[in-house]
Design a protein around this ligand. Structure first.
Ligand SMILES: C[S@@+](CC[C@H](N)C(=O)[O-])C[C@H]1O[C@@H](n2cnc3c(N)ncnc32)[C@H](O)[C@@H]1O
Ligand code: SF4
Length: 441
């Protein structure tokens, strides 16, 4: 993409027909695709090109001439400037419809498959849902210290004062955090504050590239006391993550009350960041998988046991496999703390680098749950036929890789795509979380 010649900066009008995966309106202008930031399907807009490319152009909105019925006022004052959200101008119901369509289109276009049944989409609270965030910190000569997400399309930290998607207990601290960092001797050497919350606790983990001074530690302790938060420090790699105030903090735990489960986790461990939706997602996964006593279930990319422990609670024997040894240890400890060690076993392995013999040695499984990262699970999917599982539930954070892997399961391994659906796990962002059920006769 390059900057457009001057004449292209002229305004043009366009009818928006679709929305892309980043929340931009799609139009065809004189035969060429243009992505218009801030425009919605069904709208007629006036826009200005910002980039010209060989295949498509990019444009910014100048005016909405005919608005969509689904256009709404963004709940956040920083929407459009802060890069954290891309869909606040679309009603949550419209966001769900867009994400549903992205999933169906990806399955058809990439995987050449169609779900026999579309599951009703699931939406939860659209504000205050983020229990995890990585806030960037930067000190500027003219503005002082900024704490927040990056500006849209840049690596500059946005000047945000309130964030409607963050846990409200963290939102309230955005401005106090600026003041805190401004008063530290290492204020130019704190690039990030990582946030993790549980119902009982808020953890603020400060990454710092130089040691805190004695006065810094006093400021941090006073902040922890005043705001009733845990302050943690990370001065280098993952092993340097340490609680500072209090020195022996209460452990972070999230719960799945329906399965009478509590999961202990550390502030840098992977957990699902929208806890209300996680409860619904696990319930849906269990309803589709239907684990039963006497069955063996494999949970691939199991993390700290978010799906493995509900499977064990329902009486099936489960083997969880995960690449992060720290998470495997936590999964084992969580199984023990929930009285499920007999049914739930865990194994550390890189699922992208296994061979058929290793997988065969795990034994036969009746059912498999797969919840991979965005890159998908193609390497392990190719090894699955030796396990002869009759049912697979695939939870995905990327419709594109789910669709690719679904194509292999259906066209090469004889599974049928029985059902697929989405969760609006990250309202106001373009992120699509989905679930699919595969079965083999
Ligand atoms: C989307 S998370 C799911 C975790 C868990 N199922 C949950 O719900 O909390 C994906 C998990 O895959 C793990 N992972 C990523 N790449 C992996 C690989 N190559 N082999 C094994 N695990 C991997 C990550 O550490 C992470 O825990
Ligand atoms: S991430 Fe927070 S501050 Fe940024 S646009 Fe979204 S709600 Fe607003």
């Amino acid at each position: 993409m390059k900057k457009p010649p001057k004449k292209l900066l002229d305004l043009f009008t366009a009818d928006i027909t679709n929305l892309d995966a980043e929340g931009r309106g799609i139009a065809r202008v004189e035969g060429k695709v243009v992505f218009v930031e801030g425009a919605l399907p069904g709208e007629q807009v006036r826009a200005r090109r910002t980039r010209v490319g060989p295949q498509f152009d990019q444009a910014e909105l100048d005016a909405v001439l005919e608005p969509s019925a689904l256009r709404t006022t963004a709940p956040c004052a920083h929407f459009g400037y802060c890069g954290g959200c891309s869909m606040q101008h679309l009603e949550p119901g419209g966001q769900v419809a867009v994400k549903q369509r992205i999933l169906e289109d990806s399955l058809a276009r990439i995987g050449k498959v169609k779900a026999e049944r579309i599951l009703p989409p699931i939406a939860g609270p659209s504000q205050g849902y983020r229990s995890r965030a990585r806030l960037s910190v930067r000190r500027l000569k003219n503005k002082g210290v900024l704490v927040g997400f990056n500006e849209k399309g840049t690596s500059f930290v946005a000047d945000i004062q309130h964030c409607v998607v963050l846990d409200p207990r963290v939102d309230r601290l955005l401005l106090p955090l600026r003041e805190l960092v401004s008063g530290l001797s290492v204020r130019d050497r704190v690039p990030q504050v990582e946030v993790a919350t549980s119902p009982e606790s808020v953890v603020l983990l400060f990454r710092h590239l130089e040691p805190f001074s004695a006065a810094d530690l006093e400021h941090l302790q006073a902040f922890a006391d005043r705001h009733q938060v845990q302050v943690w420090s990370q001065s280098g790699g993952p092993k340097t993550v340490t609680p500072l105030f209090p020195a022996q903090p209460q452990a972070l735990r999230y719960r799945l009350p329906e399965y009478d489960l509590a999961f202990r986790f550390g502030p840098t461990n992977f957990i699902q960041i929208n806890q209300a939706m996680n409860q619904i997602m696990v319930r849906r996964a269990m309803n589709l998988l239907e684990p039963k006593p006497g069955e063996r279930v494999l949970d691939l990319f199991c993390g700290l046991g978010n799906f493995s422990l509900p499977i064990a609670r329902l009486g099936a024997e489960v083997l969880g496999v995960e690449g992060d040894a720290d998470l495997v240890r936590l999964a084992q400890e969580n199984a023990a703390e929930n009285g499920l060690s007999e049914l739930a076993r865990f194994l550390a392995a890189d699922l992208a680098k296994l061979n058929q013999q290793v997988v065969r040695d795990w034994g036969r499984f009746d059912k498999i749950l797969i919840d991979p990262p965005r890159t998908g699970a193609i390497e392990i999917i190719r090894l699955l036929p030796v396990l002869k599982a009759r049912r697979i539930v695939y939870v995905s954070c990327s419709p594109a890789t789910l669709a690719r892997d679904a194509g292999v399961l259906v066209h090469e391994q004889g599974y049928r795509l029985r059902a697929a659906g989405i969760f609006n796990m990250f309202p106001h962002t373009a992120h699509v979380e989905s679930i699919a059920l595969f079965e083999r006769p």
